[in-house]
Design a binder for this molecule. Structure first.
Ligand code: NAD
Length: 294
């Protein structure tokens, strides 16, 4: 294995999943977070992942226990990175927090270490200089529920070394991901560049009163063969997250969409997590065998 020693910085929602997935696939993993309290939460998150791996991937008890044991936890940054072949940064999506961390890392990382960011919205070129190793820095972006939604979007910035880019593509395969290489920087990577316009278009049709969510989803499903339409996807993303994204955009149709979401849904219909969004769960209409019939 070319990159065996993996350090994950930030052990929140995504960091804990990344650490566990890497360990599950045989890497030696160090998880770093800011203090003991955060590390305690991280341990609980990681322990909770074991059930999902058993249920969704049919992993054995021995496999899930071994993956858990092979993660070391620390709040000492120097110790966390001293042996790292690759460091994956999954700290909050706040530029100042990332810059501060990169500056500290610049003095601590061994020469060989590749530094990857899991940032969803920030471009690596913004931070390349601060890392002190622009040629060994790039984005490696995972999706929530990494063990099931196993894309790894690998995005280089203009200064990323070709060999480093290829090494990280191979690493993604090693840890059970399907690598999605991006040859240039693109906000939203591949997935959200496709998904966000689809969701926005569905919401605009709805907010303008042109068609109801079920009709819009049905159209998309019949015509493209997709298993879900935009509103079913929105239910799985969660309506509050979606609202925050829409609310941050200026002008129309976003203002009308945000208003309608707020007045008709946000009170108690938040999507799958609350049992109801555009559909009701656990048996949403779009999954019914008759949904696509006339
Ligand atoms: P989170 O808030 O769940 O976790 C962040 C963790 O970082 C926390 O445990 C926090 O204690 C820790 N932290 C804070 N400051 C730190 C520092 N200076 N050094 C080390 N750790 C620090 O966040 P998240 O949802 O896991 O997101 C983390 C990154 O992953 C973000 O860049 C986000 O864009 C990206 N991401 C998130 C998702 C998602 O669905 N949540 C999906 C893909 C990518």
């Amino acid at each position: 294995m070319a990159l065996k020693n993996v350090t994950v910085l930030g052990c929140g929602v995504l960091g804990s999943q990344i650490a566990y997935q890497c360990s599950f696939e045989g890497c030696d993993v160090v998880s770093y977070d800011i203090n003991d309290e955060a590390l305690e939460k991280a341990k609980q998150r990681i322990s909770a992942l074991k059930d999902s791996y058993q249920k969704d991937l049919h992993a054995s008890q021995e496999e899930v226990d071994k993956a858990e044991k092979n993660i070391t936890f620390t709040s000492d940054l120097a110790q966390a990175v001293e042996k790292a072949d690759i460091v994956i940064e999954a700290v909050p999506e706040v530029p100042d927090i990332k810059i501060d961390l990169y500056k500290k890392l610049a003095d601590l990382l061994p020469e060989k270490t590749i530094l990857a960011t899991n940032s969803s919205t920030l471009l690596p070129s913004t931070f390349a200089k601060e890392t002190g190793r622009p040629e060994k820095y790039l984005a490696l972006h995972f999706a929530n529920h990494i063990w099931l939604r196993n894309t790894a979007e690998i995005m280089r910035h203009p200064g990323t070394d070709e060999k480093v880019f290829q090494t990280v593509i191979e690493f993604a395969k090693q840890i059970g991901m399907v690598p999605i290489p991006l040859q240039k920087e693109q906000p939203g990577y591949v997935l959200n560049s496709l998904l966000v316009p689809l969701l926005d278009a569905g919401l605009e049709l709805w907010a303008k009163g042109i068609a109801e969510p079920e009709v819009i989803d049905k159209t998309w499903m019949i015509a493209t063969g997709a298993p879900m339409g935009p509103f079913a996807i929105i239910d799985s993303v969660g309506l509050r997250t979606l609202y925050n994204v829409i609310d941050a955009k200026d002008g129309e149709p976003f203002a009308s969409i945000a208003e309608k979401l707020k007045s008709e849904y946000l009170e108690n219909k938040l999507g799958i997590e609350s049992g109801e969004g555009f559909y009701t769960y656990p048996n949403p209409a779009f999954a019914d065998k008759d949904f696509l019939k006339a």
